[in-house]
Design a protein around this ligand. Structure first.
Ligand SMILES: [Zn+2]
Length: 500
């Protein structure tokens, strides 16, 4: 075959895979945002079949021949095709070692386990979820054995979400966070400063909260003609192309800021996906480059912007307009302090900026032990609670607020949590660089979010997965990942807030 023909064949297979993946995402979205519960088994079955087709195509003899032929001619190929070949090669090599039938069963297992988890969480009954999680861990450990690993089995899983990340690097990273953040948290607990937050837990009608969420998304330049927001048990973002990016939130009538911050957070993810370059939009490169970089975008909007006093100087008047009874006696400064209050909490997604990484540390340590086979699934509630006591000084009253709180494990996402902590570190480093050319505080105060988005689009978003995490961080900031910016940011902010 001529090179041009091979290339066409390669793109044709990728297009077909995209169609399958598109359909799978749509079924997933539907299942998470209100599709009838009774059809759960049907959906699982269909997802299993579609995933099997993707698997078959990726590993087909045709694809194998395309890869070999294209790899030989890499000098005469364009940049995007070369990057696609590398991406597919990685997936191809990842799956060639996993038997097709086992993979199909696994996808089906995940689809069911998510529903069981939701019910187990609602009933706060870990034993319901336990057999599913046991199967997931067993399968993942088997898959890692099939795929192989260097120095630690968990490294193979980490690399799926954050290319190049290892247990060795993460151990150093978490230790350095522990050294500076744990003492800061203790100092803060001994502070006399009292921050009032009771006004955040008055009754906030959900319809009105929805109005503010819509307003927020418009403000940060989320394109509503290329996206939408719905509700789900656990907020998430899903993308089909830059022209169709969907996010969810979860409203609580007695908690004003939970939905506000999950909307900003998922909005940050959504902006990344909406601003991917057109040249790669319809390829597998047309998505965020890693979970860590993705999380840096959501965290940047949620914390570095969304918990900045200037952000609220601009948006607070609108919030008072929507909730005059609850907020008209509260100053913007009181509101700012309330949304930044640090408190050792039970639930990760409600944790404050300062203690958030400790929640991730706990999950990281547990995942590592599960993959090593050093603990059993049935012991998880006990291990979880004892680590909570050790790091945060609190013990969950039940599994709903403890080990069952996150959807991730029911979805087979092991090696994923560390990217949340990495996201904070990337975000602080990016923001520090952004400050050299943009007056961020002034832009936030004036509500000029489009200028911030323009910077992010140009430096980060438009590249999608064409650049790997280490390239992005180096190209944008001029140095490798460096946790110091995150640590100093936290110290400066919380020392000031708590008069330390
Ligand atoms: Zn996120």
């Amino acid at each position: 075959m001529e090179l041009e023909q091979v290339k066409n064949k390669f793109y044709e297979i990728l297009e077909k895979n995209r169609a399958y993946n598109y359909s799978m995402s749509l079924i997933y979205w539907d299942g998470a945002t209100g599709a009838p519960k009774k059809a759960v088994d049907d959906r699982s079955k269909i997802l299993g079949i579609l995933a099997g087709e993707v698997f078959k195509l990726t590993l087909s003899q045709e694809m194998k021949e395309c890869l070999i032929a294209l790899e030989k001619e890499s000098d005469s190929l364009d940049k995007i095709t070369n990057a696609l070949v590398k991406e597919v090669r990685k997936k191809h090599d990842k799956f060639t070692k996993i038997p097709k039938e086992e993979y199909r069963e696994y996808v089906e297992l995940l689809s069911k386990s998510k529903v069981v988890w939701e019910e187990a969480k609602n009933k706060s009954d870990f034993s319901m979820f336990q057999p599913y999680l046991e199967k997931i861990i067993r399968t993942l450990r088997k898959f890692v054995e099939y795929r192989g690993y260097t120095s630690h089995p968990y490294n193979t899983l980490l690399d799926d979400y954050e290319p190049g990340m290892t247990v060795e690097k993460l151990d150093i990273f978490f230790n350095s966070l522990k050294e500076r953040i744990v003492p800061l948290v203790k100092r803060l607990q001994n502070s006399d400063k009292k921050i009032r937050t009771n006004f955040l837990n008055e009754t906030y009608p959900i319809e009105k909260q929805k109005e503010f969420s819509q307003y927020l998304l418009e403000k940060i330049s989320f394109d509503k003609e290329a996206g939408m927001i719905k509700e789900s048990e656990h907020p998430f973002t899903i993308d089909f192309s830059p022209r169709d990016v969907r996010i969810t939130t979860h409203y609580f009538e007695d908690n004003l800021i939970s939905a506000i911050y999950s909307t900003i957070h998922e909005g940050g993810h959504g902006l990344y996906e909406q601003n991917i370059g057109e040249d790669i939009a319809e390829t597998i490169l047309g998505t965020g480059t890693s979970m860590g970089i993705h999380e840096s975008q959501s965290r940047m909007y949620e914390n570095l912007f969304g918990r900045n006093i200037n952000f609220w100087r601009h948006l607070y008047p609108k919030l008072i307009e929507i909730f005059p009874e609850q907020l008209s006696n509260i100053s913007v400064n009181e509101f700012y302090e309330a949304v930044n209050k640090s408190e050792n909490s039970l639930v990760r997604i409600e944790a404050d900026e300062l203690t958030y990484s400790l929640h991730i540390m706990l999950r990281y340590e547990i995942e590592k032990m599960l993959i090593e086979g050093r603990i059993e699934v049935k012991d998880l509630p006990r291990v979880w609670n004892s680590k909570m006591e050790e790091y945060l000084g609190i013990i969950p009253p039940n599994d709903k607020k403890g080990v069952l709180q996150d959807v991730h494990w029911s979805d087979g996402l092991f090696g994923y949590f560390p990217s949340y902590a990495l996201g904070n570190v990337y975000a602080a480093q990016f923001e520090q660089t952004m400050r050299k050319s943009l007056d961020i505080d002034k832009l936030l105060m004036k509500g000029e979010f489009d200028k911030i988005l323009e910077w992010l689009r140009e430096k980060i978003h438009r590249h999608g997965s064409l650049k790997k995490p280490n390239e992005i961080i180096k190209d944008v900031t001029g140095e490798d990942l460096n946790p110091i910016y995150f640590i100093e940011y936290l110290e400066n902010k919380f020392e000031k807030l708590y008069n330390l």
